[in-house]
Design a protein around this ligand. Structure first.
Ligand code: PMP
Length: 360
């Protein structure tokens, strides 16, 4: 096992077995004499990689047949605009539940294309919870309702599926992608960047119900039109081939971990270890409502912020890296995605306890 544990929120740590396989196949993929990076995306070798990756993702998430899986580029950020361009209908109204910095960006992007109704918000409370669904002021004729299942910066996660009736529910799942089972059939669309739980940066995955396709706003550029991408099997132009390949290896690795329910158990164990360590101490704290604490991103602060730099320096000396909190909130953040071994979280907890003893 690698000696360094990387708590970056993304691009994030990948399973060691996947990196080893990618390294072993780097110069010569399956005897073809060249690397995946050097393959034509129209050739049968790459197409087999692409199709297998999609089939494995469909199996892992039990994606129903009436949903398209698109392998795109541009990050979740581009989808903030693309989803509005594809899903806004005649009245161009959309409901957004505002739970953090990524929602804020999604809202700003959607406003370029129509009217955004903030149906509920936790902004005034510092984004420390998901507003109770009974309080959401949803519009009957909205084109869609947008949520972010896991706000990476605030560490706020939904553990329920909102009911929005006939209005399609859309979620940014960048941070919680493949960390636990999700009932895809409850959503009109799910999307996220790969660079947290899935693979290298550069791949963005969109899962969209097929009846929502084909109504993009006039002027939508073709590479942003979901129907055009679906019709071309995500090969409208050159896809991020190497990122799709590594994502495919991650999907196979996940199947070996017992699929999403298998990995969910490990994720629960890791999150419980870290949150208990925080809750049992009077030196560390996490501001998020207990029922919304993200299993993937754990922000925490020290009792004295003047000790932050020393905490980070000591952590690095122990090879516990990238623990600095997001620049907008400060403090620390430990992202503990699927590929973070339990041992990494144990090492972090030991370090935190030792630091508290000497500085608390
Ligand atoms: N949504 C969430 C929840 C994120 O965490 C991020 C990136 N950290 C984004 C959107 C933006 O993703 P990208 O950088 O892939 O555009």
């Amino acid at each position: 096992m690698r000696e360094t544990f990387n708590f970056s929120a993304g691009p994030a740590t990948l399973p060691e077995a996947v990196l080893q396989q990618a390294a072993a196949e780097m110069l010569d993929w399956h005897g073809c004499g060249h690397s995946v990076m050097e393959m034509s995306h129209r050739g049968k070798q790459y197409i087999s990689i692409h199709e297998q990756a999609e089939a494995d993702l469909r199996e892992l998430m039990s994606i129903p047949e009436n949903y398209k899986v698109l392998f795109l580029q541009g990050g979740a950020t581009l989808q903030f605009s693309a989803l509005a361009m594809n899903l806004m209908r005649e009245n161009r109204q959309a409901d957004y539940i505002h739970t953090g910095q990524w929602c804020k960006k999604a809202i700003a992007a959607a406003k370029q294309f129509g009217t955004v109704n903030i149906a509920a918000s936790s902004e005034e409370d510092g984004y420390n919870h998901v507003p109770a669904p009974e309080t959401w002021l949803l519009q009957k004729d909205a084109s869609y309702v947008h949520i972010c299942l896991d706000e990476t910066i605030g560490g706020v996660e939904y553990f329920f599926t909102p009911h929005t009736g006939d209005v399609p529910l859309v979620s940014d799942i960048s941070s919680t992608f493949l960390s636990r089972p999700i009932d895809v059939s409850q959503y009109g669309m799910l999307y996220g960047g790969a660079q947290k739980n899935i693979g290298p940066a550069g791949l963005t995955i969109v899962i969209v119900r097929d009846d929502l396709l084909g109504h993009a706003l006039p002027g939508t550029p073709q590479p942003l039109d979901y129907k055009a991408n679906a019709d071309a099997d995500s090969m409208l132009n050159t896809p991020p081939t190497f990122a799709v390949y590594v994502a495919g290896l991650v999907f196979q690795w996940l199947k070996q971990q017992g699929g999403l329910s298998g990995i969910e158990k490990l994720n629960q164990e890791k999150a419980a270890l870290l949150y208990s360590a925080i809750d049992e101490s009077s030196f560390y704290s996490n501001p998020v409502a207990v029922q919304n604490r993200s299993r993937m991103n754990v922000p925490f602060t020290l009792a004295d912020a003047a000790l932050d730099a020393e905490f980070l320096k000591g952590a690095e000396a122990q090879r516990l890296i990238q623990l600095k909190g997001h620049r907008s909130v400060g403090g620390m953040r430990a992202s503990i995605y699927n590929a973070m071994p339990v041992q990494g979280v144990q090492r972090l907890v030991e370090y935190m306890q030792a630091f508290e003893k000497s500085h608390g």
